[in-house]
Design a binder for this molecule. Structure first.
Ligand SMILES: [Zn+2]
Length: 86
């Protein structure tokens, strides 16, 4: 069986590249809206850390990457999500 190659993505906050499995995936699903680690559509990636998700660049870059305005409640959801990885 072939081993699949790692998929490398860049964190929208610190701009460093990581294996996709180590990143939080935020997707703008065209039917369901903004989703974390699911959905199909335009996606952005961020480290699973408070440092990156609470960075001022995070909000700006996320909205730019997904080409949408994001409700501030969503950032609270991300903050809770990230605590799960601790
Ligand atoms: Zn980062």
């Amino acid at each position: 069986m072939k081993k699949s190659l790692p998929v490398i993505r860049r964190c929208i906050s610190c701009r460093l590249k990581f294996d996709r499995s180590n990143l939080l995936k935020i997707t703008k699903d065209k039917n369901l809206g903004i989703l974390i680690n699911k959905g199909i559509g335009r996606s952005a990636y961020s480290c699973k850390t408070e440092k990156c998700s609470k960075d001022s660049k995070f909000k700006k870059n996320l909205q730019k990457a997904l080409k949408t305005t994001i409700d501030k409640k969503f950032y609270e959801i991300i903050a809770i999500e990230i605590q799960n990885y601790k």
